[in-house]
Design a protein around this ligand. Structure first.
Ligand SMILES: Nc1ncnc2c1ncn2[C@@H]1O[C@H](COP(=O)(O)OP(=O)(O)OP(=O)(O)O)[C@@H](O)[C@H]1O
Length: 264
């Protein structure tokens, strides 16, 4: 970032984006910091995510990945620095206003209602979108269920779904709620049986590649990221240690160092 304060083109050498692959920024973070009780949890994070880009966020436990998502979605307020969505400064906006702009977020822990059916979840998300006057962006229930490959389970209770299907349902709810600009996915593979991971990866890949969704995703498993991410951002001790293509990140000595004692 040229001056650390305003959104703009990031340095193509340091952020892994080639000029040819560069698209207008959907998300721009400049000097983003968050402290709690005098302790710095995040310090000076600069990050630009282009339209249609998929950026994976990795880092050892406690590196600040979820805290970063909490700031972008508005769950916590930044102590310093700025957050821009499509060039608009949203640093101090409430979470519901950011959602109205098209930011959608999933959490590490699966968040579905056991006694509601799949179709009811999606209908509820659509109603929330309607209340936000986001009807033009919200998709129909049948459409989103097809996009996440849950059509055949539309009448099933959420309690009876596998973890993989619960994750797909969360994605369906994001789409139904009009989260069209930026998907923040916090460890979507967590708790998913290994046999169900490829299908979930494929659903997310389709949202990104075929539908052009811009995605920021926390994920620990490099084998998952290699098939999805355009770039990988590495968090360490609350700072952005490196951001580059997956291949260059895998070969980066600083990244290996950060993961000592932790599998990359
Ligand atoms: N509300 C809070 N108050 C105080 N400390 C916090 C708070 N939220 C997070 N932290 C601390 O901030 C650091 C970063 O936490 P965060 O959950 O963002 O890490 P993470 O990279 O997502 O970790 P993990 O991979 O284990 O999910 C941790 O040391 C955590 O204990």
């Amino acid at each position: 970032m040229a001056d650390g304060l305003t959104p703009g083109a990031a340095d193509p050498v340091s952020d892994g984006r080639t000029p040819a692959a560069r698209t207008p920024d959907v998300l721009t973070l400049t000097g983003l910091s968050w402290s709690v009780g005098g302790s710095a949890i995040l310090s000076g994070v600069d990050l630009a995510v282009g339209e249609g880009e998929f950026v994976a966020v990795i880092g050892p436990n406690g590196a600040g990945k979820t805290s970063l998502f909490n700031l972008i979605s508005g769950l916590n307020r930044a102590s310093a620095g700025r957050i821009f969505l499509d060039g608009a400064d949203i640093t101090t906006e409430a979470p519901h206003k950011r959602a109205r702009r098209g930011i959608g977020r999933t959490f590490q822990a699966s968040s579905v209602f056991p006694t509601m059916t799949v179709a009811e979840h999606v209908a509820l998300a659509g109603q929330v979108a309607a209340k936000r006057h986001a009807l033009s962006r919200a998709a129909t229930g049948a459409d989103v269920l097809e996009r996440v490959r849950l059509t055949e389970k539309s009448g099933a209770l959420a309690a009876d779904l596998s973890h993989g299907d619960k994750r797909k349902l969360e994605l369906a709810m994001l789409l139904a709620s009009g989260a069209e600009r930026l998907l923040l996915l916090d460890e979507p593979m967590a708790g998913v049986a290994s046999g169900d991971v490829p299908e979930l990866v494929d659903v997310i890949r389709t949202l990104h590649r075929a539908e052009g969704r811009t995605v920021l995703m926390v994920e620990h498993h490099m084998e998952v990221l290699l098939g999805l991410a355009d770039r990988v951002a590495v968090m360490h001790h609350g700072a952005l240690l490196a951001i580059d293509t997956p291949a260059r990140i895998m070969a980066d000595a600083r990244v290996q160092e950060a993961y000592v004692g932790d599998a990359l």
